[in-house]
Ligand binder design. Structure first.
Ligand SMILES: CC(C)(COP(=O)(O)OP(=O)(O)OC[C@H]1O[C@@H](n2cnc3c(N)ncnc32)[C@H](O)[C@@H]1OP(=O)(O)O)[C@@H](O)C(=O)NCCC(=O)NCCS
Length: 160
């Protein structure tokens, strides 16, 4: 496993992932190019040993919090802990940049994404009706990270 910052020349591979990830509200090439070039975005890629990009996550750093905007894993690599590893790397980088919490919106019916975020310790703090279109509601979830600690092989832990 290699986690590194995604680059502009990853755009084709990212668009291939994007095409497999979402039934609606897909992001355009311009949107992803914007993520890869904006100074306030942290875009991390997960690569296999042969350098193939198999997952990407992007996070917007705003003052003292991070807004997790997107995570997508190649369909044939799902269920292998890749999103979890990539998001832990994203969260720890955000923490090192001074963020004290991570926020995200997730479609209420997206069970896999909901499971990933819940397993990482995110909790719902709000619900936005019709956020993604009529009948497509969003949950807003939050993870406080100021006192977060992590040891490889263990869950993320927030000191009380
Ligand atoms: C959501 C998504 C990123 C998950 O990626 P993944 O690499 O398969 O997730 P992981 O293997 O890291 O799973 C992490 C945890 O979530 C759970 N989980 C993942 N997918 C699940 C599913 N379909 N059903 C139930 N639990 C699931 C895992 O069991 C695991 O829990 P564990 O730590 O107790 O073992 C992936 O399904 C995907 O790319 N979906 C399309 C894009 C998308 O919806 N992105 C999120 C919104 S931006």
């Amino acid at each position: 496993m290699i986690v590194s910052r995604a680059r502009l020349d990853d755009l084709d591979a990212i668009m291939d992932l994007e095409a497999t990830g979402f039934d609606h509200a897909g992001w355009s090439r311009d949107s992803w190019a914007g993520e890869l070039t904006a100074s306030d975005r942290q875009v991390l890629a997960y690569r296999d040993a042969d350098d193939r990009l198999v997952a990407v996550a992007t996070l917007h750093l705003i003052e003292d919090f991070g807004d997790l905007l997107r995570v997508v894993v190649a369909p044939e690599r799902r269920g292998q802990g890749i999103a979890r590893k990539l998001l832990i790397a994203s969260i720890l980088m955000a923490q090192a940049s001074g963020a004290v919490r991570i926020l995200l919106e997730v479609e209420e019916d997206n069970a896999p994404a909901h499971a990933v975020y819940t397993r990482l310790g995110f909790s719902p703090i709000d619900r936005r009706r019709d956020y993604y279109g009529t009948g497509l509601h969003a949950l807003v979830m939050e993870l406080p990270i100021e006192a977060l600690s992590y040891s490889p092989g263990s869950p993320l832990e927030v000191a009380s």
